[in-house]
Design a protein around this ligand. Structure first.
Ligand SMILES: Nc1nc2c(c(=O)[nH]1)N[C@H]1C(S)=C(S)[C@@H](COP(=O)(O)O)O[C@H]1N2
Ligand SMILES: [Mo]
Length: 382
């Protein structure tokens, strides 16, 4: 033997000033893909375009594999449910925007070394499943319950700690019904794809991605706070490694632009022609409904209200907004920012923490407006 994984968790590393994205980050980035931002046009993200994040390996679960979901711990009647048992409960479908808590991480200075998201770790799907509170009611939760712990079938090691992927929700959230937490078996009307948790996952509308446990195989009701790695070590807002840190919970407001015009292959900078450009995008918040979206076409100096699509009652899904931009030749920087009914607005300065979580800094989209059809640049010239 002789090989050890380590006894304590080591803090995540911060990149040195000017240190580029490393091979380790690249390896994560090729597995965990983002939403191509042009797909923000879709109300519901088509399969394969939704972002994916998986800490360890995607479990191999061939169709028809028995998948007993257990519900035990501080309950009167422990349950063992197979997929057909779950189909006998009332079914609910909810449209939910899912976002990784690490979205925006790679834009931070200094950069926490981990999955290097820019702003694309987001997607919206219609999830169908059984309300968790009905399963908990069937099992009969004891009055001393504190946390409900969810375990996935994936296993790995993270910063020296070997573990199953496991997260908990406070019992009030698990049983509360607002948001309606689901044990979901379908995404956009079809069985979950392998990378999104086949055959079962948790859906916690309004919460960051880490709460939505994929490949869900057991639910345990506990009479004390859960202190597993993904709860007590990861997903906390810390400035220093020793801080206890606030836990990451609900999604902070964010607006993103559908990239206007067409891209330059390498820089991804956008190119448009002079005249009227219909800007559009999406905005969402898991904390309170988005009440305002503003657009800046001058690098954040001045802001004008965008027009929000009428409220369609999909509380947990992103909403479309639009803004007509009259553009002249030269270089421009576009931004959009969302404000929610709780008064939360996206910051203009980076909200930094060691894990690189909840960075909802306003997006900056450089755009070059050409002044004629044969592609010579206007403005400052070359
Ligand atoms: N079992 C398990 N569930 C998991 C994860 C994981 O690694 N294992 N990753 C979480 C994180 S951090 C995110 S952001 C979401 C991503 O969900 P998606 O891949 O369906 O978009 O799944 C969450 N659920
Ligand atoms: Mo995540």
């Amino acid at each position: 033997m002789g090989h050890r994984l380590g006894d304590a968790s080591t803090p995540a590393r911060l990149a040195a000033p000017d240190e580029g994205i490393g091979r380790d980050e690249l390896a994560l980035a090729t597995r965990n893909h983002g939403l191509p931002l042009e797909a923000l046009r879709h109300d519901i993200t088509p399969p394969g375009l939704h972002y994916v994040l998986t800490h360890y390996d995607i479990p191999y679960v061939p169709e028809g594999t028995p998948w007993p979901l257990t519900l035990d711990g501080r309950v009167g009647r422990p349950l063992r449910l197979d997929l057909s048992d779950l189909h006998r409960f009332p079914q609910v479908t909810t449209r939910v925007t899912l976002e990784c808590a690490g979205n925006g991480r790679a834009l931070l200075t200094p950069r926490p070394v981990s999955q290097p998201w820019l702003v694309e770790a987001v997607g919206t799907a219609e999830w169908t499943g059984v309300p968790l509170r009905l399963l908990l009611a069937e099992a009969g939760v004891e009055p001393d319950a504190v946390d409900v712990v969810f375990t996935g079938a994936d296993h790995g090691v993270e910063r020296g700690v070997e573990q199953d992927y496991r997260r908990a929700l406070p019992v009030e959230v698990a049983m509360g019904g607002d948001p309606e937490v689901l044990v979901a078996h379908s995404m956009n009307g079809a069985p979950l794809p392998p990378q999104h948790g086949y055959p079962l996952r948790l859906i916690v509308p309004g919460w960051y991605g880490m709460a939505h446990v994929k490949w869900l195989r057991s639910i345990t009701v506990a009479d004390e706070s859960f202190t597993g790695f993904q709860q007590a070590v990861a997903y906390r807002l810390r400035r220093d490694p020793g801080d206890a840190g606030e836990p990451v919970t609900r999604i902070a407001p964010r607006a993103l632009l559908v990239p206007p015009g067409f891209p330059d292959f390498m820089s991804r900078a956008r190119v448009v022609r002079p005249g009227t450009v219909a800007l559009e995008g999406r905005a969402w918040s898991g904390r309170a409904p988005v009440t305002r979206v503003e657009v800046s076409t001058d690098a954040g100096h001045t802001w004008r209200d965008a027009e929000q699509a009428p409220d369609d009652g999909e509380r947990w899904a992103w909403r479309r907004w639009r803004y007509e931009w009259t553009v002249t030749p030269g270089e421009h920087v576009l931004s959009a920012r969302a404000t929610d009914a709780g008064g939360h607005t996206q910051p203009l300065e980076q909200p930094w923490n060691r894990g690189g979580f909840v960075n909802n800094l306003v997006q900056r989209v450089p755009v070059l407006c050409l002044d004629d059809e044969d592609g010579s640049a206007g403005g400052d010239g070359e």
